[in-house]
Design a protein. Structure first.
Length: 295
């Protein structure tokens, strides 16, 4: 082969990878630029919240983006001038019971739909999914009347006991995750003499840990930030949760215009959610993606 033929044959192989490399680089730069701009846009409200929580009352409605001076005393005043600690404990109590109840009950219902055979399995599962089509406001008054008949108004029972019956969305998500587990594990357990409950508790449940973590995280955010349900059922200020407690700032004497304390309280409410998300981020992403593998 001549040197000209060798050069001609090698020339395209050298040029196209370089051109492709430039194309990929330019594409990544554009993508990262767009994502950065979107991230800044979404972070601006959070920055405004934090910055406002560190301002003095006279700086709240100014155009200053950076507090000057920075007033960390606002966070101390939230605990000294309100029942923030009591609200936090109340919210933690309700949230803990709610997330445990909904995770276990939803998994307990999802397992038979994924791994067992029984009459009317598909129609029953369709009926479970159909409950997601009912708006919450439609059931609000009937459910309130039921709890009033039980004498549960101004108690924490309406805030977490419904979770014992599971959630249609969580049942669907956990069922999808159970479907990704080979049936050989269930059959091996049956051969060894294990009951279906033992297989569910000792074999299946540990294998769906990422999905369980996802359910716990979703429900934690929902209950921790829930405002409407505590507002409907709780009348005693000593039983308020964080969301209702923060809203009571508007009616508390001397706190009606303390936007700095209100923002500081809001930041404190957000912190547990942010910390929990970053700690469970790996399981959260795995739980979201793995459930879509098999339908």
């Amino acid at each position: 082969m001549s040197s000209r033929e060798s050069t001609a044959g090698a020339h395209p192989a050298v040029r196209y990878p370089n051109a492709g490399g430039r194309g990929i680089t330019v594409g990544r730069v554009i993508l990262y630029t767009v994502l950065t701009l979107l991230s800044i846009t979404f972070l601006l409200p959070f920055y405004w919240l934090v910055a406002t929580s560190l301002k003095t009352p006279s700086q709240i409605f100014t155009s200053e983006w950076i507090p000057n001076p920075i007033r960390f005393q606002n966070y101390v005043d939230v605990f000294e001038q309100t029942d923030f600690l009591r609200w936090t404990l109340n919210t933690a109590f309700v949230t803990t019971l709610a997330i445990i109840a909904v995770a276990l009950s939803s998994a307990f219902v999802a397992y038979p739909f994924a791994k067992l055979s029984f009459p009317f399995k598909r129609p029953l599962f369709a009926l479970v999914l159909a409950t997601m089509m009912l708006p919450g406001v439609v059931m609000m008054v009937p459910v309130f009347l039921i709890w009033r008949q039980f004498g549960a108004i101004n108690t924490y029972y309406p805030l977490w006991v419904p979770n014992l019956f599971g959630s249609a969305f969580y049942i669907f998500m956990l069922r999808q995750f159970f479907l990704t587990i080979p049936n050989d594990l269930k059959e091996a357990g049956l051969v060894d003499g294990a009951s279906h409950f033992r297989i569910f508790w000792s074999i299946m449940l540990p294998l769906v840990r990422p999905a369980i973590v996802t359910v716990l995280l979703f429900e934690f955010v929902a209950k921790w930030d829930d405002y409407l349900t505590p507002l409907i059922y709780l009348n005693d200020p000593n039983k308020y949760t964080l969301a209702v407690g923060l809203a009571s700032f508007l009616k508390a004497p001397g706190l009606e215009s303390r936007w700095d304390l209100w923002m500081a309280g809001s930041v404190l409410v957000m912190l547990p959610v942010l910390v929990l998300f970053f700690l469970a981020q790996r399981h959260f992403i795995e739980g979201i993606s793995a459930g879509a593998v098999k339908g």
